[in-house]
Ligand binder design. Structure first.
Ligand SMILES: [Fe+2]
Ligand SMILES: [Fe+2]
Length: 365
């Protein structure tokens, strides 16, 4: 195995996939990068196959760990995670037409399936994860969120692989547990609030999106956007975030910067879907255009996913005990969301759909 050739091979794949999304699969650029990738493939094969396996943030190429990943290889791993694929094998005999079909499917929102010389799959079964309880999956995901959030700084990129894995765990947890309120975690200690809240908002928003019929990659990006909605709070002083009483005007102004801070931070990261920046910016806006940041002068309306995250955000915040108030009962929160919908602070259709789906599966209202 020669790492530079592997990096070049993956770079050809990623350039072809990006070009496919922009120009379609028959564009000359895609032909050029397909043929370059096919020229490199024989040198990368062992026993006529190049095997790439992703376990968490680790990459194993032909049974050997690949330590130096680089931007393109990390980007490729992220793409595959979004397709719910963690094992891919390119076999000798692969031709340009089959490779171009692979690029086109990866670039689209369609599910990826194996073809004669490209085998794709998941390693969940090998690891015995199919028997895992929803709670375990959720704890695993929340652990990854905790690690990723703890590493945030203006000068360090986010651990997107960890966050992508967390969303996959949340999606699986929702498949396994029909009682929604058992899935979202209670906050046990004050220090847990940040990552448990991020986890709960992600799970609640995926739940809303699924009940509205959203699927696949779209659902995955929505889960990430839910996870990252408050990332801008990492740049707000802890004394302001944790202040038990009311905030003075200067402190309140600082706190109100977190949507903009989060959106700017996320927009600078290559692997983060643009939806996450939009949601970070808009999650404290209201359906009627009020709230903050105040964008009424420019007539900005809240994105549908930001409207969903705003509902999940308030729902989770109110059911959690905070230093300055007790946790509220779900029925009380439901009443508050309905009143908010009447005042046009939340999208009434989304509130209705969320509460009726929650009531239907959890029998809580
Ligand atoms: Fe927020
Ligand atoms: Fe929040």
């Amino acid at each position: 195995m020669q790492p530079p050739k592997f990096a070049e091979f993956v770079s050809c794949l990623m350039t072809a996939i990006s070009s496919c999304a922009l120009y379609g699969e028959s564009h000359p650029l895609i032909r050029e990068f397909s043929s370059r990738a096919l020229t490199l493939l024989p040198d990368l094969c062992e026993n006529d196959a190049l095997s790439i396996v992703m376990i968490g943030g680790s990459l194993i190429v032909n049974d050997e760990p690949c330590v130096e990943k680089g931007v393109q290889v990390t980007g490729f791993m992220t793409r595959m995670k979004k397709k719910r694929i963690d094992r891919i094998v390119f076999r000798a005999g692969l031709d340009e037409e089959e490779l171009r079909r692979f690029f086109s499917t990866v670039a689209s929102r369609d599910a990826l399936s194996s073809s004669p010389h490209i085998a794709v799959g998941t390693i969940e079964v090998k690891l015995g994860r199919e028997g895992l309880e929803a709670g375990t999956l959720l704890d695993e995901g929340a652990g990854r969120v905790k690690e990723a959030i703890a590493g945030v700084s203006r000068f360090r990129p986010l651990d997107m692989t960890g966050l992508e894995d967390a969303v996959v765990s949340f999606l699986s947890a929702l498949r396994r547990e029909s009682k929604m309120l058992r899935i979202i975690s209670p906050v046990k200690t004050h220090n847990e609030y940040t990552y448990i809240h991020a986890t709960n908002v992600s799970v609640l928003t995926i739940f809303q999106a699924e009940t509205l019929g959203m699927k696949g990659e779209e659902l995955h990006d929505i889960g990430l956007a839910g996870l990252l909605h408050d990332i801008g709070k990492m740049f707000v002083a802890t004394e302001v975030l944790d202040k038990p009483g009311g905030l003075d005007p200067a402190e309140w102004n600082e706190l109100k910067q977190h949507p903009l801070e989060g959106a700017v931070y996320l927009s600078r990261l290559a692997d983060v879907p643009p939806l996450a920046s939009i949601v970070a910016f808009e999650h404290h806006m209201k359906f009627d255009g009020s709230g903050y940041p105040d964008t009424r002068k420019i007539g900005r309306t809240q994105h549908l996913v930001s409207q969903m995250v705003a509902i999940s955000d308030v729902f989770d915040a109110l059911r959690t005990e905070r230093p300055y108030r007790k946790a509220l009962d779900v029925r009380v929160i439901a009443g508050m969301l309905r009143e908010g919908a009447q005042r046009r602070e939340f999208n009434p259709v989304l509130v209705d759909s969320f509460l009726s789906s929650l009531a239907a599966i959890a029998c809580v209202m």
